[in-house]
Every structure is written in C-alpha cells, then in structure tokens.
Design a protein around this ligand. Structure first.
Ligand SMILES: [Mn+2]
Length: 268
C-alpha cells in the first residue's frame, strides 16, 4: 500500500493516467491524494471527475478554489469563465453525483504516519494546525449541508485578511476557505494578500510566501495552487506539488512512503 500525493490536475487526465501507470497505481491497495483543483482549465475535466468517482475510497482529495468555484457554477451563481473548459463536465450525466461527492471532501487532510498535513493553498503559519482543523471542520459541515448554496455565496471576498478572536461565523468561514484554498503571500502586517501571483524572487519586498513566515507548526505541509513556484520552496518542510501541467509544464506525483517524486511532462 502506498500514498501518492499529486499536484493540481486541472483536467489533465492523460498526464495523470501516465503517472498512475508509471507507479503501477493499484486502487485496491494504494491511495491517491490530490491537492485540489481537480478540474477547470485543462482539456479533460469530465474524465478526471469520472475517474474520481470510480476510484471511490482510493482517492482522498482536498478542495481547491476551482473545485469550490465549480460548485458555485453548479449552484447557478456563475457562468463558467471563458478559459474554464468545463462544458463537457457541466453536461455530464454524473455531474450531480460528482458535485455531491465534492461537497463531502475536506479542506485539510492529515497523514500522521508521515507527519503530513495537506491543503490546497497551504496552512496559515501563525495559527496552530489544530485550530485551523477546527475552523475547517465548521466550513466543511456548511459546504456539505442543505444550506450549502447560502454558504457558497458568502464564500467570495478577501476579508478578513487576518485571524482574530471573535470573528463572526461568516468571517471565520471565509478566512479558513481563503487560507486553505487561495493563499500565496502574507504581507508585512500579517494579512493575506490575494493580488500577487509572481514567484517569490519577483515579488514586492513587503510580501512573504506563506511558507517563509516563521511557524511553530512542525509538520510537513503538502500543497498545490501556486504554479509559478514550480515546486521550489527551498525548504523540505513544504512540499509544493503544483508544477503547472495545465500551463505546459508538468504534473508531479509524490510517494510518501519512499519520498520519491515522479513527473510527467504536459502532453498538450
Ligand atoms: Mn488553486
């Protein structure tokens, strides 16, 4: 049995299949742990979604911003963006089943046997992981509840930038969603920044990648979301798996048992 963490798939079905072949992935024994953003910009989101449903208990994803946005499109709040290639998925017979499945997925997963914490964008450096897990559990309940559409509508927005005690329920919800699915940089005041998507060497000096801010959380963090990093965090405590397959770079798989990386060049 092995655990394979994989970067942002974004509808890159063929590349994912090549990687699963390469490692001889066996759904009866192995677990695939995608870091979120399963669908959207790549050529075959509908095939990736179908595969996720077929893998069933052999797949353990976390939610990414594109996964949450897909739920908002499904709920009727938005039309797909021009560069989202979601048409086939939105017309698929299994769309309802997929949306239901997606709503059951968490924002954060822990793998204590490897001392790994996984979320799509990362974990806030200034809050204990245990507190973020509590906030995430509340948010996950809302997304999986009957009232999920109300909460999806409340999800959009950049405030509050900073955690503080006595946030309202809605503020706490947005804070943990933004932290775990959208965060890249933290500004000089400790607030989340959502504007800058540049790699760290090109970023303004008052911004730090979240993984460069000093933290007392000792775990290894597995994340995706930030294609411009191409996996380079310069710190083995932080494993960045988004290597921009959908932008013509490559898809990265990480086998936790052996700490091996496998890559597949983009086929498009
Ligand atoms: Mn993302």
């Amino acid at each position: 049995m092995a655990h394979y963490f994989v970067g942002d798939i974004q509808g890159c079905y063929d590349e994912l299949m090549r990687l699963l072949d390469k490692v001889k992935f066996d759904p009866k024994q192995d677990i695939l742990c995608p870091v979120g953003d399963l669908v959207a910009r790549g050529p075959a989101s509908e095939k990736v979604a179908k595969l996720m449903l077929e893998l069933d208990s052999a797949v353990e994803p976390v939610l990414g911003n594109h996964d949450l946005h897909l739920l908002s499109i499904y709920a009727g709040f938005f039309e797909p963006k021009k560069n989202d290639k979601l048409k086939k998925l939105l017309n698929a017979s299994y769309l309802e089943k997929y949306a239901k499945w997606l709503r059951k997925q968490p924002l954060i997963r822990q793998y204590p046997q490897f001392d790994i914490v996984m979320s799509h964008a990362g974990m806030h450096p200034s809050l204990p992981v245990s507190e973020q897990l509590v906030l995430a559990a509340h948010a996950e309940q809302k997304i999986n509840s009957k009232d999920y559409k109300i909460w999806l509508e409340r999800m959009y927005g950049n405030e509050p930038r900073k955690w503080r005690a006595h946030l309202t329920e809605e503020e706490a919800f947005r804070f943990i969603i933004n932290t775990t699915t959208r965060m890249r940089y933290i500004d000089a005041e400790g607030g989340l920044d959502f504007k800058c998507k540049l790699p760290p060497e090109q970023a303004p000096l008052d911004l730090s990648p979240w993984f460069d801010v000093e933290t007392y959380n000792p775990q290894t963090f597995v994340f995706g979301h930030w294609a411009a990093l191409l996996g380079h965090t310069r710190n083995s405590q932080f494993i960045g798996l988004d290597t921009g397959c959908v932008w013509g770079n490559h898809l990265t798989l990480y086998k936790a048992e052996t700490r091996e990386f496998f890559i597949q060049q983009s086929l498009s």
